[in-house]
Design a protein around this ligand. Structure first.
Ligand code: SF4
Length: 400
């Protein structure tokens, strides 16, 4: 991170509440009563007010200006409208929000009450990310989603009528029961919606979701037996690339697609290593400071979080670690990694071994590398985790 990026930061606020738990979900989110919502917002406000002292104590710089805010979760639109207003008042108390800041809120389709929509516009929310996952009603229902395609289309109409036109739709390839035909239906519905941004994820299989556990341990409750094979999911992803591109949504990151000018400014921060503060449950921060780059993470235990301020895990990254991040975060972007910029930031000696790695991966067909800029190939995107691993030092790989 260089000096001019210190001028403004992004703010991520985690809202871990949902109306029901989706089968594939591996986030720290759950169904909690309204009393937990108000206590949680109190805690967020407390943490926002204490952020400057915390950062100062850690030796990190907390910019006053904010140019992007992202309320993720969870389902932030489930908060009472008054709580959203309190939260934004606290942000404005502690920070200066740019007049053209990108302010995103994640919403679940069918869960944006009229009063909430009014509160969102009053708080200057100007981007909404809708967790659609599938436009096929049966698939959405069986994944634990509570909407139909008609509900999504109605939400989009209401959001646009309220002046929120910067809209993202999330889809997941690999849901139980999904077929090539149903995936095609979701892709075509997404394009027909004319949203300027889409995120397409491949199903993650791990112990943190009910579907993932069933896939790993067996069982039939969440229809794990009907999850498409890895090869089929990869083909669905490739089909998404073709169809979205044809529909005018250009890929700019492994999972993200946009019309010109609609790439997510907040999410770009993560891949470009720009500073951000994360507040709430299971939130991470990246801030510049006296020892370089500080990465911090809050607790994922809601009870502990509600009980009062918690210790925040902090790590100052070494120059070598920052350089590795520059590769595996930068390669996520279609723009790729520019070697001259890295040499300027980290020095030639640190970058030289990574250039050799990039040349080897290019020979294997996983990167396009002309000596100047390295980018993932189509094959490299499908094997991106393996590619990123190649840029980690042997010590870190051994340490896991
Ligand atoms: S996928 Fe989204 S809406 Fe579903 S449980 Fe997870 S956080 Fe909640």
């Amino acid at each position: 991170m260089t000096g001019n990026h210190r001028l403004a930061m992004g703010l991520y606020i985690s809202i871990p509440f949902c109306r029901s738990k989706c089968t594939y979900c591996n986030f720290s989110s759950g169904v909690y009563p309204a009393a937990a919502h108000s206590r949680y917002v109190e805690r967020l406000i407390e943490d926002l007010a204490g952020a400057r002292a915390w950062a100062g104590g850690a030796g990190a710089e907390l910019p006053e200006r904010i140019d992007s805010i992202y309320l993720g979760g969870g389902t932030p639109s489930l908060l009472a409208p008054g709580l959203l207003a309190q939260l934004f008042a606290a942000i404005r108390d502690g920070f200066e929000i740019d007049s053209d800041a990108e302010i995103t809120m994640e919403c679940a389709p069918g869960q944006i009450a009229g009063a909430m929509l009014e509160a969102m516009t009053a708080c200057a929310v100007n981007r909404v990310s809708l967790g659609v996952q599938s436009f096929v009603d049966r698939e959405a229902h069986e994944s634990g989603r509570l909407h139909t395609r008609a509900v999504v289309e109605d939400d989009l109409r209401r959001l646009r009528a309220a002046g929120i036109v910067n809209l993202n739709i999330d889809l997941i390839a690999g849901l139980a029961g999904q077929t090539f035909a149903s995936w095609e239906e979701s892709l075509q519905a997404l394009i027909a919606c004319d949203a300027p941004h889409a995120s397409v994820y491949m199903l993650e299989v791990d112990e943190d979701s009910r579907l993932g556990r069933e896939l790993l341990a067996g069982g039939a409750r969440y229809r794990a037996g009907l999850v498409p094979t890895d090869d089929a999911i990869a083909r669905m992803y490739e089909r998404a690339l073709e169809q979205l591109e044809a529909g005018g949504l250009k890929q700019y990151e492994i999972s993200n697609f946009s019309r010109p000018g609609f790439a997510s400014r907040h999410n770009l921060r993560y891949w470009r290593r720009r500073p951000y503060l994360g507040v709430g449950l299971d939130a991470s921060s990246a801030l510049c400071g006296e020892h370089g780059l500080l990465r911090a993470a809050t607790t994922g235990d809601l009870e502990a979080y509600l009980a009062g301020p918690q210790a925040i895990e902090k790590t100052w990254l070494t120059a070598a670690q920052q350089h590795e991040e520059a590769w595996f975060l930068g390669l996520r972007l279609n723009a790729g990694v520019n070697v001259a910029e890295l040499e300027q930031e980290f020095g030639r000696d640190l970058v030289a071994p990574a250039i050799v790695t990039a040349q080897r991966l290019a020979a294997d067909g996983l990167l396009d590398f002309d000596g100047d800029t390295a980018r993932l190939t189509a094959q490299g995107r499908l094997l991106s985790n393996d590619v990123f691993q190649e840029f980690l030092t042997e010590t870190e790989v051994a340490a896991g």
